[in-house]
Structure formats: C-alpha cells, structure tokens
Design a protein around this ligand. Structure first.
Ligand SMILES: Cc1cc2nc3c(=O)[nH]c(=O)nc-3n(C[C@H](O)[C@H](O)[C@H](O)COP(=O)(O)OP(=O)(O)OC[C@H]3O[C@@H](n4cnc5c(N)ncnc54)[C@H](O)[C@@H]3O)c2cc1C
Length: 264
C-alpha cells in the first residue's frame, strides 16, 4: 500500500472559435457589436467568461445602445454585467462554458458522493471491474492522522489477503471476460477508501452549486478537500463568474466557500 493525496487537474475548458464569433456578431449587430467585442475581449481573462457574456447579451441584443430600440443603456463592463446576472439569478447563461477535471487518487467514498450531482455533468470513472489493482493507494483523512501506522497495517493486511485470493486464480489462461468477472468479484474485498480516478466535466452553473454544497462545514472531509481546490482554481481562472464567492478557514486548513448569490 502507499499513502496518496487527492489531486485536482483542470484538464479542459470551453474555448471560443473567435473567427466564427466575430462573424456572428457582425451579422447580428454590425459595427456596434464588433466594437463591443474587441473592447471586451481585450479586458477578458477567460474565454469561458467571454462566451457566457456573449450568450447573455445576445438575449437582449445589448452589445450597444441602438441595436434593440427598447434598450436605452447597457452595462459597460464585464464585471458589472456578470455580477448583475448572478444577482438576478439568471443562471442559465453559466451553462454555456464547462470545465473538465481529473480527480486522481480519490476514494470511492468521494466518487460516490460526487456522482449524486446529476445536473450539467459528464462522468467517466475508472472501472474496477476491468482494472485489477496492483497496489492499494489510501488517503489518510486528518481525523486518522495519529493512527497512520495502524491504518497502514490494516490496509497491508487487506492487500495481503487480496493477493492470496488473487493467486488462487489462473489468470494466464483466462479470457478477458472471465478476468473481468473475477476482478469485479474480488473488488468487494478492497476498502471503500482505495484510491481511484474520475473525470468530471461540469458547466459553471453546476460547479458553483457543487462548490457551495461540498465545501460546507458539514460536508464529508475528502470532497470538501477536493472542492476547496476546485474553488481556488475557479476563482483564479474565472474571476467574474466566481466573484461573489468568499471563504472562511476551517480547522483542518480547508476553506468553506459561500457565494453571495446562492440561487443562480
Ligand atoms: C452535507 C451533505 C450531506 C448529505 N447527506 C446525505 C445523506 O445522508 N444521504 C443521501 O442520500 N444523500 C446525502 N447527501 C446528498 C444530497 O442529498 C444530494 O443528493 C446531493 O448533494 C446532490 O445535490 P442536488 O440534489 O442539488 O443534485 P444536483 O444534481 O447537483 O442538482 C442541482 C439542482 O438541480 C435541481 N434538480 C436536480 N434534479 C432535480 C429533479 N429531479 N427534480 C427537480 N429539480 C432537480 C435542484 O435544484 C438541485 O439542487 C448529502 C449532501 C451533502 C452536501
């Protein structure tokens, strides 16, 4: 066995086809929309936020005064625009841009809780029917910190029993289907805390919701630990969409993140 740390990698995010977007803006809003875009693009920190704002402004044609006769003034800056949308709870525009995370060295405790969030997500999880573990990884929650040696012995004992049982099967002479069935049967012996991996894609509306739910003080320690990392990355990369999130430090050095606008 080896002790591991849950890792968070932001491995993908929504990008814009700038040429197509500029063409579209010129088609629907002429020079007014084009000028709005070149000014806004220069100030923008992320394509996800830029796309979100374009989608929102398209609804009222609010790229500039004059495009929609009903609109007599527009919010000039992206900060102001996104903040107003969050405050009104017009959350659907935050569904246009997504992020893809790899959560590595997380337990089945974590993945089981993560997959309860159904809306706006895509999930691919390491198959423990197909993947026969070669070594058990285990993250030690802070509550068990002073029991490290004892935990190590427990996991090593499980691992040893697993290897004993595994050794009773003739893996070399099995077809893949039988291997899969036995691997799946054997995984019942492995602990819930064994390290595994999951790829999780979610749109920003969902990421805001899951950060709020899963960094609450009452949330389970591992998902809180992981979503604190997610929140820190989101704050840095998408400062406008997560501008209203503030944190308080918890005793275990993780942060509990709360947005000003909860229902978005
Ligand atoms: C601290 C904590 C403790 C928990 N304890 C338990 C527990 O003891 N037992 C347990 O089973 N679960 C528990 N959960 C899981 C919890 O009940 C939810 O299943 C999980 O947090 C998913 O959140 P969600 O329902 O907001 O779903 P999401 O899929 O994230 O949905 C997002 C939002 O979309 C809307 N929505 C989603 N689906 C529907 C629908 N079918 N109909 C209408 N609106 C919908 C809702 O507004 C929802 O909030 C716990 C969660 C937390 C954070």
């Amino acid at each position: 066995m080896k002790f591991v740390e849950p890792q968070v990698y932001l491995i993908g995010e929504t990008k814009i086809d700038l040429a197509q977007l500029k063409e579209m803006l010129a088609a629907i809003g002429g020079s007014t929309a084009s000028e709005w875009f070149s000014k806004t693009q220069k100030a923008s920190k992320s394509e996800g936020e830029l796309l979100t704002e374009v989608a929102g402004r398209l609804c009222y044609k609010s790229f500039g005064v004059g495009l929609n006769p009903n609109v007599t003034k527009i919010r000039q800056s992206s900060e102001e625009y996104i903040q107003n949308t969050l405050s009104k709870g017009d959350g659907s525009i935050f569904e246009h841009a997504s992020c893809t995370f790899a959560f590595v060295n997380v337990s089945r405790v974590f993945t089981h809780e993560l997959v309860r969030h159904r809306v706006g997500v895509a999930i691919s999880q390491e198959s423990l029917r197909y993947v026969r573990p070669s070594q058990l990884g285990f993250w030690l929650p802070p509550e068990l910190g002073d029991k490290k040696a004892k935990i190590k012995t427990i996991i090593e004992n499980i691992e040893e029993s697993y290897r004993d049982l595994e050794g009773e099967f003739d893996w070399e002479n099995m077809n893949f289907d039988v291997k899969k069935r036995i691997t799946s049967a054997l995984r019942r012996i492995a602990p819930d805390g064994m390290a595994t991996s999951i790829i999780w894609t979610a749109n920003h509306r969902t990421i805001r919701h899951v950060i709020t739910m899963r960094t609450a003080e009452a949330a389970e320690v591992e998902i809180r630990y992981v979503f604190d990392k997610v929140a820190r990355v989101m704050k840095e990369k998408f400062p406008l969409i997560y501008a209203d999130f503030e944190y308080s430090e918890l005793a275990d050095n993780t942060r509990s993140w709360r947005p000003k606008f909860v229902k978005v």
